[in-house]
Ligand binder design. Structure first.
Ligand code: NOJ
Length: 565
């Protein structure tokens, strides 16, 4: 047992070699996309009651913590990332009292709880933005946001040339109280998500209070939404010729993204989190250009961890993955932070479907990137199994997005009329967006809602589940050692018990072309064959587990093996 929040204890079954290592350095964290995880009240939308009922499942996988996507009151223009009140729960998900019970019960199961904090923007229904609209130009209320007069003779042009991350201009003009078109406000996402002005000390104060509100309720930390967006370059200058999306990896610097001013914000946040016992923690969602920029966010006095999206986006080739891992491990070591490995989340196409396509010819991030390419789902699943063993053998912490443990593919054929992602409208129906990775989980049964909602539910799941998901449900995979769920369970259990896994170092072992092999001490090795042929294992040892049967003594193509060496 380890000490959790005062009065609560969080169970830990870590090997003795890892006792004393802060939990977040080697944790496996399960992302609960709340609206699609489990529906307790039968309205077709996942909720807190659903999560509470599935805590034994999560604890039994086993994982160490859960990250819950935004559950705050919201008009849901961007699936809850348009928050209208950070200190309450949207009625579609439950109540604050239920949230408090969930936090306690999760701790009782040995699970830490991370929430999602959305500091770059609020909903346009948030009291602050409503007050800003009412108060008018030059007011203290508008100074919490980025309001500016327009350009051009009648102020009819946006104040600068920035584009929204979802397409279209990043500015919307408001109608003032006299009925005339007036100032413009900045929104890096939808017009319903006005950006906050982090140069205003009131904004910083408010978020510190919000964090304390949840930390005082036992929350163990936050995933920070758009962590690289809060600080804007002084004067909000134009960014002529900037590619779209402006925060893509490899893109030139942009005055809206990854500004150095952001780091003072996180130094202050770290002081808030460190004042708790045990200290609370942060994970940054920061789509920045390369590891040097990324690891600035996790210097010793800033955030604890940051998602490694370079690894997520790397194609399934030995060369790309070796480079991503080597550079990532070195960069993280230089700031003393553990790497945070992730293969997918609620914003990217599921890896079974990404890996089902030819690799390395173009970036495969969203559903829209997958179209028109030859597809082999059996191969995608086989690679995703191998990727799971790679992910869980790497040093540091790892995130699993709900449904990865079931091998769910992207749902690529959602009918137009059910699409809810604002990207669909904002791109003028050119991009279908992210709903394909957000389809509600199949738990059991032969037909939708596959146990996602209780029997007799009043509404169908908020996105339709494919009929063929019957075979992918938790119940269908349970007890089948050859299933994806069986693979994840075995790997997670082994990872928890094995003293070499989690935080630490890796040493590459030389291997045939197309094969990745590394050792972790004491006595562990992971070998991944990304070539098209079976290969000799580059080191001998007892096979602990493998993602596909060995071919005699050889590791099969597109598979991974864990060895005791
Ligand atoms: C990143 C979130 O993960 C995504 O779902 C959301 O649309 C944007 N940030 C805006 O908050």
């Amino acid at each position: 047992m380890e000490q959790g929040q005062a009065g609560r204890r969080v169970r830990s079954e870590r090997p003795s070699s890892r006792v004393g290592v802060p939990w977040w350095r080697d944790a496996v964290i399960y992302q609960v996309y709340i609206r699609s995880f489990a529906d307790g009240n039968g309205d077709g939308v996942g909720d807190i009651a659903g999560i509470r009922s599935r805590l034994p499942y999560l604890a039994g996988l086993p994982v160490d913590a859960i990250w819950i996507n935004p559950w705050y009151p919201s008009p849901m223009c961007d699936a809850g990332y348009d928050v209208s009140d950070f200190r309450a729960i949207d009625p579609v998900f439950g109540t604050l009292a239920e949230a408090e019970r969930l936090i306690d019960e999760a701790h009782g199961h040995g699970l830490r709880v991370l929430l999602d904090i959305v500091p770059n923007h609020v909903s346009d229904r948030h009291a602050w933005f409503q007050a800003a609209l009412a108060a008018g130009p030059g007011s203290a209320e508008r100074a919490r946001f980025h309001f500016r007069p327009g350009r051009g003779p009648d102020g009819g042009e946006p104040p600068n040339d920035w584009l929204s991350r979802f397409g279209g201009p990043a500015w919307t003009r408001v109608c003032e109280s006299d009925g005339r078109a007036g100032e413009w406000y900045l929104h890096l996402f939808t017009p319903q998500q006005p950006d906050l002005n982090w140069d205003n000390p009131e904004v910083a104060q408010e978020f510190e209070d919000i964090m304390r509100f949840w930390f005082d309720r036992g929350v163990d930390g936050f995933r920070i939404d758009v962590a690289h967006g809060l600080a804007k370059a002084p004067g909000l200058p134009d960014a002529p010729g900037a590619p779209w999306p402006p925060d893509g990896p490899g893109n030139p610097p942009h005055p809206a993204w990854d500004q150095d001013g952001v780091h003072a914000i996180y130094q202050a946040w770290r002081r808030v989190a460190d004042a708790y016992d045990p200290p609370r923690v942060f994970t940054a969602e920061a789509w920045v250009d390369g590891y040097e920029r990324l690891t600035r966010y996790i210097r010793p006095d800033e955030l604890n961890t940051a998602f490694n999206f370079d690894f997520l986006l790397a194609p399934w080739t030995a060369e790309a993955l070796r480079r991503s891992i080597t550079d990532g491990v070195a960069a993280h070591a230089s700031v003393g932070a553990p790497p945070t490995w992730v293969l997918s989340n609620h914003d990217v196409a599921r890896e079974v479907s990404r890996y089902a396509r030819p690799q390395g010819t173009r970036e495969l991030r969203h559903l829209d990137d997958l179209g028109g390419l030859p597809t082999d789902f059996a191969l995608g699943l086989r690679r995703a199994r191998a990727a799971a063993l790679l992910l869980l053998a790497l040093p540091g912490n790892a995130y699993i997005y709900q449904g990865e443990e079931l091998g769910l593919p992207e749902v690529e054929d959602l009918p137009d009329e059910v699409i809810q992602d604002p990207v669909w409208e904002q791109s003028g129906h050119r991009e279908r967006g992210r709903d394909g990775c957000r389809v509600p989980l199949p738990w059991s049964g032969g037909a939708p809602p596959f146990g996602f909602s209780p029997d007799g539910a009043s509404a169908a799941p908020w996105l339709p589940q494919p009929a063929h998901w019957a075979g992918l449900s938790v119940a269908a995979q349970e007890g089948d050692p050859g299933s994806m769920l069986g693979l994840y369970r075995d790997a997670l259990r082994l990872r928890r018990e094995h003293p070499a896994l989690g935080d630490g170092a890796i040493a590459w072992v030389s291997a045939a072309e197309g094969v990745l092999a590394f050792r972790r001490e004491p006595g562990f090795a992971c070998v991944v064959n990304l070539s098209e042929e079976a290969q000799d294992l580059p080191l001998s040892g007892e096979v602990l587990m493998s993602s596909a049967p060995l071919e005699g003594e050889r590791i099969a193509s597109d598979s991974a093996v864990w060895l005791a060496v």
